[in-house]
Design a protein around this ligand. Structure first.
Ligand SMILES: [Zn+2]
Ligand SMILES: [Zn+2]
Length: 331
């Protein structure tokens, strides 16, 4: 079995090492720079081109650096209309600026949130009125207390419970929901929706209808494989999640890591997982061993995706483990 080094959490500064349960996408292999030579949007249609070419509003003096950077790579890029993308090293969130304040998402960590808070004040003369947590994982939602003086914090109800019960290093959740919630601030609408279990059991997506943009974290990587062996994933339900997102009305996909994408990338990732699932199930039915199943699945069309060389086999192993356990459970 392929062994890979354990990835260090690049966002550990604000989290106890033991508490930091990074999704794993905080590795340079998944950074946008890894995609530098690729024109993702050309193939996906011209629509997103304007967004990806948007000028960084306030990149720090240095361009974003990879893991060895001295200072965190932080920048704000306009996605569409009044919706912007905030980067802190390998983590991203989005926010919408309205005349009545800002609808923000994952604070990432206290240092990053402090930087963002200052930028929002100096550039837009605004403060955060709503802060939405994508899911409960600390490497995305630590630091919420930075915005707690002005913001109402929103999350899925299971995220709220974990944050409270485990005394996470972030602001407690003020408004929790189970299925869907619409926020409206200064004429901007943000539609929050829980799309079922996938990478976590409390992931929500945020859709900004006017900007035709969707924010989704850790369960729809853009032209990247899944992380390692899907150890926290709810595999069967993950497919349903992806289909639900595909049925939503949006054009631009803003993930929590890596480059921007489009709706087409949701389908591509689902098809990647389905190819693995179908290959694993066919192998199991034919009585093949995992060693025989791994090379039997043709994933060549994904060979240029981030993480492919390192995690192709691990993704198969995870799917194999899931369906082996699943058949035991239901047998
Ligand atoms: Zn993540
Ligand atoms: Zn996560």
């Amino acid at each position: 079995m392929t062994r890979i080094a354990r990835f260090a959490c690049s966002n550990a500064a604000d989290a106890d090492a033991a508490q930091c349960s990074c999704c794993g996408y905080d590795d340079p292999m998944f950074a946008p720079e890894a995609f530098a030579r690729r024109d993702l949007f050309k193939r996906a249609g011209g629509l997103a081109g304007a967004a990806v070419l948007a000028t960084p509003l306030m990149a720090q003096a240095q361009t974003p650096q990879l893991a060895q950077a001295q200072a965190p790579a932080r920048e704000i890029v306009q996605i569409a209309g009044n919706v912007y993308r905030f980067r802190n090293n390998f983590h991203f969130s989005v926010f919408a600026v309205t005349p009545a304040g800002v609808i923000a998402t994952d604070p990432i960590n206290a240092d990053a949130a402090t930087w963002l808070k200052n930028e929002l004040r100096t550039r837009f003369n605004q403060s955060v009125r709503y802060l939405v947590y994508s899911h409960d994982h600390p490497d995305h939602i630590n630091g919420g207390e930075v915005f707690a003086d002005t913001a109402t914090v929103v999350a899925h109800e299971r995220a709220r419970d974990k944050i409270r019960d485990e005394r996470r290093r972030t602001a407690p959740v003020n408004i929790a929901f189970s299925e869907a919630l619409t926020l409206e601030l200064g004429g901007t609408v943000a539609e929050l929706e829980y799309v079922g279990r996938n990478h976590s059991d409390n992931s929500l997506v945020v859709r900004f209808p006017a900007a035709r943009t969707l924010f989704a974290v850790d369960f729809i990587p853009v032209e990247s494989v899944a992380f390692r062996d899907l150890h926290e994933g709810y595999v069967e339900e993950w497919f349903d999640s992806l289909k639900r997102v595909e049925a939503m009305d949006f054009d631009l996909l803003a993930p929590g890591h890596g480059p921007m994408g489009t709706k087409a990338h949701v389908r591509q990732f689902r098809e990647y997982l389905e190819t693995i699932r179908d290959g694993v199930l066919a192998g199991l039915r034919a009585g093949r061993s995992l060693d025989e199943i791994r090379p039997s699945i043709d994933l060549q069309k994904y060979a240029n995706w981030a993480g492919y060389a390192q995690m192709r086999d691990l993704n198969i192993d995870g799917m194999h483990r899931y369906y082996t356990l699943f058949s035991r459970r239901s047998g």
